[in-house]
Each structure stands twice: as structure tokens, then as C-alpha cells.
Design a protein around this ligand. Structure first.
Ligand code: 8OZ
Length: 361
């Protein structure tokens, strides 16, 4: 047994988390017809209910916001009904769950878009990356730049996503502001070449992310609204020439909106933590709510960072795929199950709901 802050409770807005362990959002591509979450998702998330907080896989707020095969939505009544089964299962097992609200922007393919249209982006620059469509890994499509008068519709899609999340029984939402998707594409100068009030200066590039945060918080309450950011990740071909002042400004704005947490992907998403110099402590200092740290954490690093008061909560991604009882395993110092990469994206129960707990094993 270890004594560790990781297993101390934490007050997150109105929610009392029994521990500091967060399940990070994890894309699994198992949605069924109508982009309704898989019927097995209730069991999958329910199995993981001992986490302090669960965050669902990224879920598009509109069809336009979809970029991969089989990712669930949160824009139709059927999708809300599907998610209701998930939130009921998690709550029945004593857990708490937020949904991640997503718009992929340019990381999409015409075959997924309404009427086969081009995906949308701040600027018409194709990403040098791939997506996963109908069992094939293919290049993403060339996007078109959003018109200035389409931007209120984007903000409203996130706002409706939040209202739908509440209707589905979620405890709150995490806005996906990370990993080279739409809000990150607007924020960073490698992808945003606009000349209107949403491009150019740091203030202008941050505007869409902050307006979405404000709209979502206005809909469901700032104490139920968090956001994920990834200041230096190269994921999905994004880059920024000066990320420190950009993200200092973004976090000042999120703090003014009184969001309940910032969830920070430190370094390259799913890769090295030290890819670029960046002062994460500056973000923590600027933000009064919770700081959720993510990327490559294990028990030792989690304890070190919590003991140094550099974070309030720690989000675990890949370890949560193969270890439904991750909290109990970390507490016991027990070994972790290996991850089966072949069953990460798409498929059914195999590699989804069949990883054993310590008690099963
Ligand atoms: C893996 C595969 C597809 C999407 C992210 C939503 O990186 C994702 C994602 C991850 O945030």
C-alpha cells in the first residue's frame, strides 16, 4: 500500500471526487448507426466508475464536427438516449462522468461530412495527417475556410451539445480544445491565417475557444464546464510560433469565465513530454480552478506532481483502456494489464469490456 495524495478526495465544483484519478477521453470508434454510443459503452464506462472522474471519448457536436469512422455524437435525440444508458450505469456504480464535446475542424473527410462537403477550418490548409474511414486509413480532405457569419453556428453547436449532455444525465462537459482539432486550429498560427477578428493577434486567435467556453458555461454552469488544451502538441499537424503567451492569454480568459478545470496535455499527445520548452506552472498560477495534468503519468510521477502541488488531478489515458480497476491497482501497487493495440479503434467487446480486474484475475 502507498500513502499518496492520489487517493485523497477532491472537491470539483459541486462534485466530491473520492480520489484524484481521472479517466482521460479515449477514442474507441465503436458507435453504432446514427453515431449512437455503443450499447456496450454503459458496461465499459460502468466498469471504470471508481475513477474520481470519467471523461468520455470525444463526441462530435454536429455531423460537420465528425472526422473519423464510428465516433459518437451528442446532437440527436437517439444519441442523447444512448448516452443516458451510460450515465445511468456510471451513477448506479457510484461514479461521476463528463462528456467531451468535439468539433474536428479540418481533420475529416468529405465522406463523413453533410452532403459530402469539404470539412471546415479557420483557413483552407490541408493537414498532413490521416483519418480512419470505413476500415481504411486515408488522407484527410482539403478544408474550406469558415465564413465569418458561420462562427455563431459553431458556438451554438457546442452550446447545444452541453444542453444535450445535461439531458443525457452527464455531471458536466469537457470542451475539446486540444490535439489539433477546430478550437486548437483557430488558436495556433500554423493553421489560422485569417484576417478577420478570429485571426492574427493572440486575442483574435483565442477568441473562438473563449467564446465557446463562455457559451457552454452559460448553458450548464461554469462549475460543470472544463476544457482540454495541448499547448505544444504537434498532433494533427498543428504548430504555433509562440505558444507560451498564447496559452497564458487563453488560460486568463478561461479563469475569467470561472471554468471548473483546465486539463492540460503536457508535451506531445501520447508521446514525449519534453518535446518543447513550456512553463505549465504559468498556466496553473493563472487558473483558480482545478489543474488536471495528463500525458504519460504513472504512479510515481503522479505522486511527485501532486506532492509539489503542481496539479490537483491526474488524467490517465492508455492505462485506463486495459485496466478498468486502475484506481484499485494503483492503490495496491498491483501490476497493470497490457494494452492490446489491435482492438483500440473499432470492433466490439474484445479489448473493450473484457479486460480483467484484479478480482476477476
Ligand atoms: C485517437 C484517434 C482519433 C482521435 C484526440 C480525439 O487525440 C482524439 C483522437 C485520438 O483528441
Amino acid at each position: 500500500m502507498t500513502t499518496s495524495k492520489l487517493f485523497d478526495p477532491y472537491q470539483l465544483g459541486p462534485l466530491t471526487l473520492p480520489n484524484r484519478v481521472v479517466m482521460a477521453p479515449l477514442t474507441r470508434n465503436r458507435a453504432v448507426a446514427g453515431m449512437v454510443s455503443n450499447p456496450l459503452a454503459a458496461e465499459y464506462y460502468g466498469q471504470r466508475a471508481s475513477a474520481g472522474l470519467l471523461i468520455t471519448e470525444a463526441s462530435q457536436v454536429s455531423q460537420q464536427g465528425q472526422g473519423y469512422h464510428g465516433t459518437p455524437g451528442i446532437y440527436s435525440s437517439e444519441q442523447i438516449a444512448g448516452w443516458r444508458k451510460v450515465t445511468d450505469a456510471v451513477h448506479a456504480r457510484g461514479g461521476r462522468i463528463f462528456i467531451q464535446l468535439w468539433h474536428v475542424g479540418r481533420i475529416s473527410h468529405t465522406s463523413l461530412q453533410p452532403d459530402g462537403a469539404a470539412p471546415v477550418a479557420p483557413s483552407a490548409i490541408r493537414a498532413n495527417t490521416k483519418t480512419f474511414v470505413d476500415g481504411k486509413v486515408i488522407d484527410v480532405s482539403e478544408p474550406r475556410a469558415l465564413e465569418r457569419d458561420e462562427i455563431p453556428g459553431i458556438i451554438d453547436a457546442f452550446r447545444r451539445g452541453a444542453a444535450n449532455a445535461r439531458a443525457a444525465g452527464f455531471d458536466g462537459v469537457e470542451i475539446h480544445g486540444a490535439n489539433g482539432y477546430l478550437l486548437d486550429q483557430f488558436a495556433k498560427d500554423g493553421t489560422n491565417k485569417r484576417t478577420d477578428s478570429y485571426g492574427g493577434s493572440i486575442e483574435n486567435r483565442a477568441r473562438l475557444m473563449l467564446e465557446v467556453a463562455s457559451a457552454v458555461a452559460g448553458e450548464i454552469g461554469a462549475d460543470r464546464t472544463g476544457i482540454r488544451i495541448s499547448p505544444v502538441t504537434p498532433a494533427n499537424d498543428v504548430s504555433d510560433s509562440n505558444p507560451q503567451p498564447l496559452f497564458d492569454h487563453i488560460v486568463d480568459g478561461l479563469n475569467a469565465e470561472k471554468l471548473v478545470f483546465i486539463h492540460v496535455v503536457e508535451g506531445a499527445t501520447g508521446g514525449p513530454r519534453d518535446i518543447a520548452p513550456f512553463d505549465y506552472g504559468s498556466l496553473r498560477k493563472r487558473f483558480s480552478g482545478a489543474y488536471i495534468a495528463n500525458n504519460g503519468y504513472d504512479l510515481a510521477l503522479a505522486n511527485k506532481v501532486l506532492d509539489a502541488n503542481e496539479a490537483d488531478l491526474i488524467a490517465f489515458g492508455r492505462p485506463y483502456i486495459s485496466n478498468p480497476d486502475l484506481v484499485e491497482r494503483l492503490k495496491a501497487g498491483a501490476p497493470l494489464n497490457e494494452l492490446d493495440r489491435a482492438t483500440l479503434y473499432g470492433g466490439g467487446a474484445k479489448g473493450y469490456t473484457d479486460y480483467p480486474t484484479l478480482v476477476d484475475a
